[in-house]
Design a protein around this ligand. Structure first.
Ligand SMILES: C[S@@+](CC[C@H](N)C(=O)[O-])C[C@H]1O[C@@H](n2cnc3c(N)ncnc32)[C@H](O)[C@@H]1O
Length: 181
Protein backbone atom coordinates (compact mmCIF):
# COMPACT_ATOMS: atom_id res chain seq x y z
CA UNK A 1 0.00 0.00 0.00
CA UNK A 2 1.38 3.42 -0.91
CA UNK A 3 -0.44 6.63 -0.19
CA UNK A 4 -0.43 9.92 -2.03
CA UNK A 5 -1.46 13.01 -0.10
CA UNK A 6 -2.61 15.43 -2.76
CA UNK A 7 -2.50 18.99 -1.38
CA UNK A 8 -6.02 20.22 -0.69
CA UNK A 9 -5.69 23.17 -3.05
CA UNK A 10 -4.99 20.78 -5.96
CA UNK A 11 -7.87 18.43 -5.25
CA UNK A 12 -10.76 18.25 -7.70
CA UNK A 13 -13.96 16.25 -7.58
CA UNK A 14 -15.51 14.16 -4.87
CA UNK A 15 -15.65 15.81 -1.50
CA UNK A 16 -12.48 17.83 -1.19
CA UNK A 17 -10.75 17.05 2.09
CA UNK A 18 -12.97 14.02 2.87
CA UNK A 19 -10.57 11.27 1.96
CA UNK A 20 -12.59 8.43 3.52
CA UNK A 21 -15.71 9.31 1.48
CA UNK A 22 -13.63 9.67 -1.67
CA UNK A 23 -11.95 6.33 -1.05
CA UNK A 24 -15.29 4.57 -0.56
CA UNK A 25 -16.88 6.12 -3.66
CA UNK A 26 -13.80 5.42 -5.79
CA UNK A 27 -13.71 1.79 -4.71
CA UNK A 28 -17.38 1.43 -5.60
CA UNK A 29 -16.95 3.13 -8.98
CA UNK A 30 -13.84 1.18 -9.96
CA UNK A 31 -15.62 -2.05 -9.12
CA UNK A 32 -18.70 -0.92 -11.04
CA UNK A 33 -16.81 -0.04 -14.23
CA UNK A 34 -15.10 -3.43 -14.07
CA UNK A 35 -18.49 -5.16 -13.74
CA UNK A 36 -20.12 -3.07 -16.45
CA UNK A 37 -17.35 -3.99 -18.86
CA UNK A 38 -17.85 -7.66 -18.09
CA UNK A 39 -14.76 -8.09 -15.91
CA UNK A 40 -14.20 -9.36 -12.41
CA UNK A 41 -11.68 -6.59 -11.85
CA UNK A 42 -9.58 -4.15 -13.84
CA UNK A 43 -6.46 -6.29 -14.12
CA UNK A 44 -5.57 -6.30 -17.80
CA UNK A 45 -7.84 -3.35 -18.63
CA UNK A 46 -6.49 -0.16 -20.14
CA UNK A 47 -8.48 2.69 -18.59
CA UNK A 48 -8.66 6.26 -19.85
CA UNK A 49 -10.07 8.66 -17.24
CA UNK A 50 -10.96 11.99 -18.85
CA UNK A 51 -11.28 14.75 -16.26
CA UNK A 52 -9.45 12.49 -13.83
CA UNK A 53 -9.03 14.76 -10.83
CA UNK A 54 -7.16 13.03 -8.03
CA UNK A 55 -9.36 10.51 -6.29
CA UNK A 56 -8.97 7.42 -8.53
CA UNK A 57 -5.19 7.81 -8.41
CA UNK A 58 -5.19 7.95 -4.63
CA UNK A 59 -7.45 4.91 -4.38
CA UNK A 60 -5.52 2.80 -6.92
CA UNK A 61 -2.29 3.49 -5.04
CA UNK A 62 -3.63 3.18 -1.53
CA UNK A 63 -5.63 -0.01 -2.12
CA UNK A 64 -3.18 -1.43 -4.65
CA UNK A 65 -6.04 -1.89 -7.13
CA UNK A 66 -5.28 -4.37 -9.90
CA UNK A 67 -5.43 -2.37 -13.13
CA UNK A 68 -3.74 -2.91 -16.48
CA UNK A 69 -3.06 0.77 -17.07
CA UNK A 70 -4.61 4.05 -16.03
CA UNK A 71 -4.24 7.21 -18.11
CA UNK A 72 -5.57 10.30 -16.37
CA UNK A 73 -6.20 13.42 -18.45
CA UNK A 74 -7.36 16.74 -17.09
CA UNK A 75 -7.49 20.43 -17.97
CA UNK A 76 -6.08 21.34 -14.55
CA UNK A 77 -2.40 21.80 -15.31
CA UNK A 78 -1.13 22.15 -11.72
CA UNK A 79 -2.77 18.90 -10.65
CA UNK A 80 -1.47 17.00 -13.69
CA UNK A 81 2.05 18.31 -13.12
CA UNK A 82 1.80 17.30 -9.46
CA UNK A 83 0.64 13.78 -10.37
CA UNK A 84 3.31 13.43 -13.06
CA UNK A 85 6.03 14.30 -10.61
CA UNK A 86 4.63 12.44 -7.57
CA UNK A 87 3.27 9.15 -8.88
CA UNK A 88 5.92 6.54 -9.47
CA UNK A 89 3.96 3.58 -10.79
CA UNK A 90 4.51 2.38 -14.38
CA UNK A 91 0.79 1.58 -14.78
CA UNK A 92 -0.29 5.18 -14.18
CA UNK A 93 0.32 8.16 -16.45
CA UNK A 94 -1.07 11.67 -16.77
CA UNK A 95 -1.57 14.25 -19.46
CA UNK A 96 -2.72 17.82 -19.46
CA UNK A 97 -5.09 19.08 -22.16
CA UNK A 98 -5.65 22.78 -22.58
CA UNK A 99 -9.41 22.65 -23.17
CA UNK A 100 -11.63 25.54 -22.17
CA UNK A 101 -13.92 24.97 -19.20
CA UNK A 102 -15.95 27.80 -17.70
CA UNK A 103 -15.19 26.59 -14.18
CA UNK A 104 -11.83 24.86 -14.37
CA UNK A 105 -9.83 26.29 -17.29
CA UNK A 106 -11.13 29.61 -18.54
CA UNK A 107 -8.11 30.35 -20.77
CA UNK A 108 -8.18 27.00 -22.63
CA UNK A 109 -8.96 26.41 -26.30
CA UNK A 110 -12.49 25.43 -27.36
CA UNK A 111 -12.96 21.67 -27.13
CA UNK A 112 -14.13 21.55 -30.75
CA UNK A 113 -10.70 22.84 -31.88
CA UNK A 114 -8.81 19.95 -30.31
CA UNK A 115 -8.09 17.47 -33.10
CA UNK A 116 -6.79 14.60 -30.97
CA UNK A 117 -5.16 13.33 -27.81
CA UNK A 118 -1.62 12.09 -27.38
CA UNK A 119 -2.66 8.47 -26.75
CA UNK A 120 -2.71 5.42 -29.08
CA UNK A 121 -5.72 4.79 -31.32
CA UNK A 122 -8.15 1.97 -30.38
CA UNK A 123 -6.17 1.30 -27.22
CA UNK A 124 -8.50 1.64 -24.25
CA UNK A 125 -10.88 -0.98 -22.90
CA UNK A 126 -12.68 1.55 -20.74
CA UNK A 127 -13.10 5.30 -21.07
CA UNK A 128 -14.68 6.98 -18.09
CA UNK A 129 -15.68 10.51 -17.24
CA UNK A 130 -17.04 11.01 -13.74
CA UNK A 131 -18.58 14.38 -12.88
CA UNK A 132 -17.23 15.82 -16.12
CA UNK A 133 -20.22 16.09 -18.48
CA UNK A 134 -22.03 17.91 -15.69
CA UNK A 135 -19.35 20.61 -15.97
CA UNK A 136 -19.33 20.90 -19.76
CA UNK A 137 -21.25 23.36 -21.88
CA UNK A 138 -23.99 21.46 -23.80
CA UNK A 139 -22.27 22.05 -27.16
CA UNK A 140 -19.18 20.32 -25.73
CA UNK A 141 -20.99 16.99 -25.09
CA UNK A 142 -20.82 15.75 -28.71
CA UNK A 143 -17.37 17.32 -29.15
CA UNK A 144 -16.09 15.34 -26.15
CA UNK A 145 -17.55 12.06 -27.44
CA UNK A 146 -16.13 12.71 -30.89
CA UNK A 147 -12.72 13.50 -29.39
CA UNK A 148 -12.60 10.27 -27.37
CA UNK A 149 -14.12 7.91 -29.96
CA UNK A 150 -10.87 6.97 -31.80
CA UNK A 151 -9.13 5.79 -28.66
CA UNK A 152 -11.55 3.14 -27.45
CA UNK A 153 -11.48 -0.47 -28.61
CA UNK A 154 -14.67 -1.77 -30.24
CA UNK A 155 -17.30 -1.87 -27.49
CA UNK A 156 -18.43 -5.48 -27.58
CA UNK A 157 -19.96 -5.07 -24.13
CA UNK A 158 -22.55 -2.54 -25.22
CA UNK A 159 -23.87 -4.82 -27.89
CA UNK A 160 -24.33 -7.66 -25.46
CA UNK A 161 -26.01 -5.29 -23.02
CA UNK A 162 -28.65 -4.56 -25.66
CA UNK A 163 -30.03 -8.06 -25.18
CA UNK A 164 -31.44 -7.02 -21.81
CA UNK A 165 -34.68 -5.01 -21.92
CA UNK A 166 -33.62 -3.11 -18.82
CA UNK A 167 -30.43 -1.77 -20.40
CA UNK A 168 -31.62 -1.41 -23.97
CA UNK A 169 -32.60 2.29 -23.97
CA UNK A 170 -29.39 3.31 -22.23
CA UNK A 171 -27.23 1.11 -24.46
CA UNK A 172 -28.91 2.54 -27.55
CA UNK A 173 -28.18 6.08 -26.36
CA UNK A 174 -24.55 5.28 -25.72
CA UNK A 175 -24.13 3.49 -29.04
CA UNK A 176 -25.64 6.52 -30.79
CA UNK A 177 -23.30 8.84 -28.92
CA UNK A 178 -20.24 6.78 -29.77
CA UNK A 179 -21.09 6.54 -33.44
CA UNK A 180 -21.03 10.31 -33.93
CA UNK A 181 -18.43 10.67 -36.66
C1 LIG B 1 -15.86 17.51 -10.54
S1 LIG B 1 -14.22 17.13 -11.04
C2 LIG B 1 -14.30 15.33 -11.11
C3 LIG B 1 -12.92 14.72 -10.98
C4 LIG B 1 -12.92 13.18 -11.01
N1 LIG B 1 -13.43 12.67 -12.25
C5 LIG B 1 -13.70 12.63 -9.84
O1 LIG B 1 -14.78 12.03 -10.06
O2 LIG B 1 -13.24 12.79 -8.70
C6 LIG B 1 -14.24 17.57 -12.75
C7 LIG B 1 -12.88 17.41 -13.38
O3 LIG B 1 -13.00 17.52 -14.80
C8 LIG B 1 -11.94 18.34 -15.27
N2 LIG B 1 -12.40 18.88 -16.55
C9 LIG B 1 -13.34 19.82 -16.78
N3 LIG B 1 -13.53 20.00 -18.10
C10 LIG B 1 -12.69 19.13 -18.72
C11 LIG B 1 -12.43 18.83 -20.08
N4 LIG B 1 -13.07 19.48 -21.08
N5 LIG B 1 -11.52 17.89 -20.37
C12 LIG B 1 -10.87 17.23 -19.37
N6 LIG B 1 -11.06 17.48 -18.05
C13 LIG B 1 -11.97 18.41 -17.74
C14 LIG B 1 -11.73 19.36 -14.15
O4 LIG B 1 -10.47 19.97 -14.19
C15 LIG B 1 -11.90 18.48 -12.92
O5 LIG B 1 -10.70 17.88 -12.51
Amino acid sequence: MSSLDVPTELQRGGRVGHSDDNLASSLWLLDRIAQLSGRENLAGAAVLDMGCGNKFTQTILRENIAIGSYTGIDVYRDLIEYLQSSVDDPRLEYQHVDIHNAMYNTEGKPLSELTGLNVPDAHFDIVCLFSVFTHLAPHDYPAMLKLLRPYIKPMVYWYSACSSMKWRPMARGILRAFTIS
